[in-house]
Design a protein. Structure first.
Length: 731
């Protein structure tokens, strides 16, 4: 049986099992036969009914359900009332506990949270469910703290201080004894470390471990964003010292061990402000008329050796963090911007995936291994795009990144760029035919002055030059994963996987987009993919584009790293990994090491070790993405501070019981209009219609409506933007 069929069958089995327990546990004193259960679950085909009968027998055999009389089943009475779960705190101080295996989260009111913080692992007592009521319980014990360091504002008293956390989910301040406040002064933004929380006191004890600066100052707030997620903003002295002593010279003895690609035409294409160039493309026409195209990736693993403090630091960071005004790199600059950066006219060690392609982008041969290259040119995307659009190598002054002077590139480079663009378009079209999803979400970027103040907003576009690089990186990632994934016996490997989308979220998305005249086709997996792509194409340039793009992305599962390959839904690949960015992603370093290990004939690596590393890498990626989002939000608020007297047209991007969220069309800045601030009527939240409705006037403000707003309040410290609503646009 193929992996896909096996995965689908297991998924169906799990769905049926979940359905059985949902029905039996809802009415624990009632018995059901298989026909009644099948009817409740909507199982109307023979295959599903047979699976149901088989599963009922298995669950009875393992004493997980009871057969009361022949063919009639009921739930086993549960004696276990204590469970372990993760705390999800709301801004109002109540909590929902996420318990594995529970269909619903367990609600815990504020007075029963037992001094737990957001994200903590806790033991909870679950009350018997009352008919028609949500599942409730109380926390009995904090088993593990998710984090012990928090950002807040210090408030000095005579003999002690308090730190008031800036995270809205932290419901308590920290008591700081005088001797534990360090150099912090009243009003400083600090990092406080949790010490303990005695039973008989109102606030936990803590100590100040870092002073970030004065609230509202640019560096203070950026460092605070990093500190909130436990992300560092500088390297420890000993790590920096170790990196600076590395021998980064190119040695003849090392070149001799590698495939020499220095004479082959090679170039990089990156953003114009890039500091590190971790991938390059080479191109040559073979005697048989086919093309040999190399995807060359900086050989980070040559310098980053196991069992060193540099390795430990890279693993802990797991990723570079891209904030609005800076990059916090995974590796020190001596590697990220120098030794491992594929700068033009410099010999560099690389790890390569080299393909022989025919004119139709068919793969005739492939090779993976260590190489040495010497890049001929460094292009910005804009320059490569100019070559693609004009089909000549004369780069004008306004596009050039070479001191803004015009220059010309050779005919060989022009031919290589144009031919690779043609091949990339074929490969992209093939991906789309197989059901890949094309997310080209508009990305907001800021023009910053020398003081890192935002002076303008622009939107990052993905053009042919970007897509050229993307397709060849995808090719390398896919083929490396396939090369290892198809080996027998099975080898442990690091995959980048993306599960099928959540059907409930897709149904919710369909409900929202129907308001704009769009709809999804749920006939089968391919139909969903095709209709999603059509939707994303149809909304381009329309007022609802960013809203629909955002909601469509949210309906997708989250891509993660794992040793368990289930394929990548979004890209429509059965095998996929991350091979192409080891300067900024630790999983790519693992992939390089494992690939070389298997090329050398090594045995399968320990799956437990790599699964743990994959989980850590996925967790750190999530934290980095959250910090990046917060830095964009911070910069948006800073930008809007200077536009308080302006009226803006925006789209309602979210509706809640406390207010509506509005995204300004011209700059994508999002803020909130509080319901209590809307004049002329008392508005009530209508959850089903994604709207608020005036009680007296029946006037509605609905998701997707265009409205006119002005800035009411900007709060850089809480990263909150409030709007005043002036009315609907055009009315």
């Amino acid at each position: 049986m193929s992996k896909k069929k096996k995965k689908a069958r297991n998924h169906r089995k799990n769905e049926i099992t979940k359905g059985i327990f949902t029905i039996l546990e809802k009415n624990p004193n009632k018995t059901y036969n298989y026909k009644q259960i099948a009817s409740h679950l909507g199982l109307d085909n023979t295959q599903d009914r047979n699976q149901l009968i088989k599963r009922l027998g298995e669950l009875k055999q393992s004493n997980r359900i009871v057969e009361e009389e022949r063919g009639k089943y009921r739930a086993v009475e549960s004696t276990k009332k204590y469970h372990t779960g993760t705390v999800d705190l709301t801004g109002r101080g109540n909590a929902y506990i996420i318990v594995e295996g529970f269909e619903d989260d367990v609600f815990v009111p504020f007075n029963k949270i037992k001094k737990a913080f957001h994200g903590d692992t806790v033991e909870i007592y679950v009350y018997p469910r009352r008919k028609g009521k949500k599942l409730e319980g109380e926390i009995t014990k904090v088993l593990e703290r998710k984090k012990t360091e928090f950002v807040g504002i210090l408030e000095e008293q005579k003999a002690f201080s308090f730190v008031r956390p800036t995270d809205f989910r932290m419901y308590t301040d920290f008591f700081i004894p005088k001797e534990k406040s360090g150099d912090a002064k009243d009003g400083d933004k600090v990092v406080v470390q949790f010490d303990n929380w005695p039973d008989d006191v109102d606030s936990p004890y803590g100590k100040v471990i870092e002073v970030l600066g004065k609230p509202g100052e640019h560096n203070t707030e950026i460092h605070a964003i990093l500190a909130e997620y436990g992300l560092p903003y500088e390297f420890p002295t000993e790590v920096q010292r170790f990196a600076d002593t590395l021998d980064t010279s190119i040695k003849e003895v090392e070149i001799a061990k590698r495939r020499d690609m220095r004479e082959v035409l090679t170039f990089t294409i990156d953003p114009k402000d890039a500091k590190d160039f971790d991938d390059a493309l080479s191109f040559q026409v073979l005697e048989n008329g086919n093309y040999e195209i190399g995807i060359h990736i900086a050989d980070v693993s040559h310098y980053l050796q196991p069992d060193t403090i540099l390795e430990d630091e890279a693993y802990e960071r797991a990723t570079s963090v891209y904030l609005v005004d800076r990059v916090v790199p995974m590796l020190p600059e001596v590697l990220s911007n120098n030794a491992c950066s594929l700068r033009p006219h410099e010999e560099k060690y690389t790890f390569s995936a080299i393909f022989e392609l025919d004119k139709n982008a068919g793969i005739k041969n492939q090779w993976f291994g260590r190489t040495v290259i010497n890049s001929n040119e460094r292009f910005a995307y804009e320059e490569a795009q100019h070559i693609i659009e004009t089909k000549n190598g004369d780069i004008p002054e306004e596009v050039s990144i070479r001191a803004n002077k015009p220059y010309s590139v050779s005919e060989d480079v022009v031919e290589a760029t144009l031919e690779m663009d043609r091949l990339a378009k074929i490969m992209r079209n093939q991906r789309m035919q197989k059901g890949a999803i094309s997310f080209d979400k508009v990305e907001v970027r800021f023009n910053l002055n020398e003081e890192s103040e935002p002076v303008g907003v622009y939107f990052k576009e993905s053009k042919d030059a970007n897509k050229l690089i993307e397709e060849f990186m995808l090719l390398a990632n896919r083929k490396v994963a396939e090369f290892i994934g198809k080996q027998k016996p099975e080898k442990t490997f690091v995959y980048r996987v993306h599960d099928d989308p959540d059907e409930d979220k897709l149904m919710a998305l369909n409900g929202i987009i129907s308001r704009f005249g769009h709809k999804l086709n749920f006939k089968d997996k391919k139909s969903i993919s095709n209709s999603l792509n059509q939707l994303l194409e149809d909304v381009k340039g329309k007022k609802e584009q960013n809203l629909v793009d955002t909601l469509a992305i949210r309906s997708m599962s989250k891509a993660i790293y794992t040793t368990d390959n289930i394929g990548h839904y979004g890209l429509a690949f059965d095998y996929y990994t991350h091979f192409t960015s080891p300067i900024r992603r630790y999983p790519d370093v693992m992939v390089h090491r494992l690939l070389q290990h298997y090329l050398d004939g090594g045995d399968a690596a320990k799956v437990e070790v790599y699964e743990q590393k994959c989980k850590h890498s996925s967790d750190m990626e999530y934290l980095a993405a959250s910090a990046e989002r917060d830095s964009i939000k911070y910069m948006q608020i800073k930008f809007m501070e200077d536009h308080k007297d302006q009226e803006f047209v925006g789209v309602i991007s979210g509706v809640t019981e406390w207010g509506i969220y509005v995204e300004i069309i011209e700059n994508k800045c999002e803020g909130m209009v509080r319901i209590s601030d809307i004049k002329g009527d008392y508005y009530i939240f209508d959850e089903r219609e994604y709207a608020i409705v005036g009680e007296r006037t029946k006037k509605t403000y609905q998701l997707g409506d265009e409205v006119v707003v002005m800035v009411k309040d900007t709060d850089l410290i809480k990263r909150h933007l409030d709007f005043s609503l002036l009315g609907k646009h055009g009315q």
